[in-house]
Ligand binder design. Structure first.
Ligand code: KG4
Ligand code: ZN
Length: 377
């Protein structure tokens, strides 16, 4: 009995990283951004992003109308070393000065995730540093702690080109999904809708810009799933409704005027914003937490941001939106999530596997259809 007790204490002391300054290298390659970053965190101090490098692949995939997994994987394999070198050099540190190497081990496009995991394993083996596998969604979900030292628990709304979900974040390892999209992610809907109304990609910013001169009340678009309880969302019907509205205008006028394009953009944006706002209101009510943070490219949208801020204000909750570079895919969030895991003594070994699917909340039912555009989060 005593022996077991001693073993337990030894185990705990060994596993729990004492509160000391930690410097981690993070790698991210789960979709179409190859990123490396160095983050340092001293106990009780705001964390420092010593460097953050990202190589995007937009041009490589542009002519295909979506992310091509094989092309993405090859580009990651080519760029990872370079990003690591650049991140270490900008931080003015050597690999030997890292406390651990953190890497996105999923979810994402398997070729890219494998490239990252293999690279991180090589670096960890070569330097003798611990390896930490990070869930990409946890990276996004923990970002407000990196940027604002937000205390647990809080609500996270992740709205990007491939993902859409509400998560209650209770610790670095405790995430409860309250709901999410049952079909398209909102960014995906923005991109597809932009195509439908003749706007270039990326659709989100283009729609936002066109909407500035538009009338959000002119086209009567649905607010999908608001009639149903809970926090699940749906955006693909909205896109079809825009298609019908566009076709009706074309049939009536023989074509689309610039003003029609702006009105369609504004009406679509208003519908997405209304849905996200109402679902956020419900998620805040359900979770009973005092703060909501957003992440993902769609969180850049000013109309949506203002609507969410308004909902937060109504309920007395704090609203946090990290700077855009940390809202979208990046490696600083992976290094930070690695720091959180290392502080809990959670490290991996060389058996760390790349996981294309890896739900953060393993108790929630599987999501249908999210990430069709690629496994972005
Ligand atoms: O997070 P992100 O950079 O990549 C992932 O999907 O992970 O998000 C990109 C998505 C694209 O679908 C893009 O159209 C959308 O975010 N987006 C926006 C805005 N800026 C980017 N959507 C609405 N309004 C914006 N201003
Ligand atoms: Zn992401």
């Amino acid at each position: 009995m005593l022996w077991c007790y001693l073993l337990a204490i030894m185990h705990a002391t060994h596993l729990t990283e004492p509160l000391r300054t930690l410097t981690l290298l993070g790698l991210e390659s789960s979709c179409d951004d190859t990123a490396a970053a160095v983050v340092r965190a001293a106990p009780g101090q705001p964390a420092d992003i010593l460097s953050a490098k990202v190589a995007g692949q937009t041009e490589l995939h542009a002519s295909f109308g979506g992310v091509v997994p094989e092309i993405a994987a090859r580009a990651h394999a080519e760029k990872l070393d370079l990003m690591v070198e650049a991140a270490l050099s900008e931080a003015g540190l050597a690999l030997e000065q890292m406390d651990a190497i953190a890497v996105t081990a999923g979810p994402g496009l398997i070729g890219g995730v494998m490239s990252g995991v293999m690279c991180a394993k090589g670096l960890a083996l070569g330097s003798g540093k611990p390896l930490i596998g990070v869930n990409h969604l946890a990276g996004h979900a923990l970002t407000p702690r990196l940027t604002d030292r937000l205390e647990f628990p809080y609500l996270m709304l992740l709205v990007s080109g491939g993902h859409c979900q509400f998560l209650v974040v209770r610790s670095a390892t405790d995430f409860t999904r309250l709901g999410g999209t049952i079909d398209d992610a909102p960014g995906e809907a923005f991109d597809k809708t932009a195509k439908l109304i003749g706007l270039p990609q990326p659709g989100g910013p283009m729609i936002e810009q066109a909407a500035l001169n538009g009338d959000p009340t002119r086209l009567k678009l649905p607010r999908p799933l608001l009639d149903r309880g809970g926090c699940d969302m749906s955006f693909s019907g909205l896109k079809t409704a825009v298609l019908r509205a566009r076709d009706a205008l074309v049939a009536k006028q023989g074509g689309l005027y610039k003003q029609d394009q702006s009105d369609l953009a504004a009406s679509f944006q208003a519908a997405v914003s209304d849905v996200l706002a109402e679902k956020t209101r419900r998620a805040l009510r359900l979770s009973q937490v005092g703060a909501i943070a957003v992440a993902g490219g769609v969180a850049a949208n000013k109309t949506i941001r203002a609507a969410l801020e308004q909902v937060a204000a109504e309920t007395g909750a704090r609203f946090l939106a990290p700077p855009l570079a940390l809202c979208t895919d990046n490696a600083a969030m992976i290094a930070w999530a690695g720091i959180e895991r290392l502080r809990l003594g959670l490290i991996d070994d060389m058996s760390l596997a790349a996981r294309p699917r890896w739900p953060l909340d393993s108790t929630a039912p599987a999501m249908l259809g999210s990430g069709k555009k690629g496994a972005k989060a």
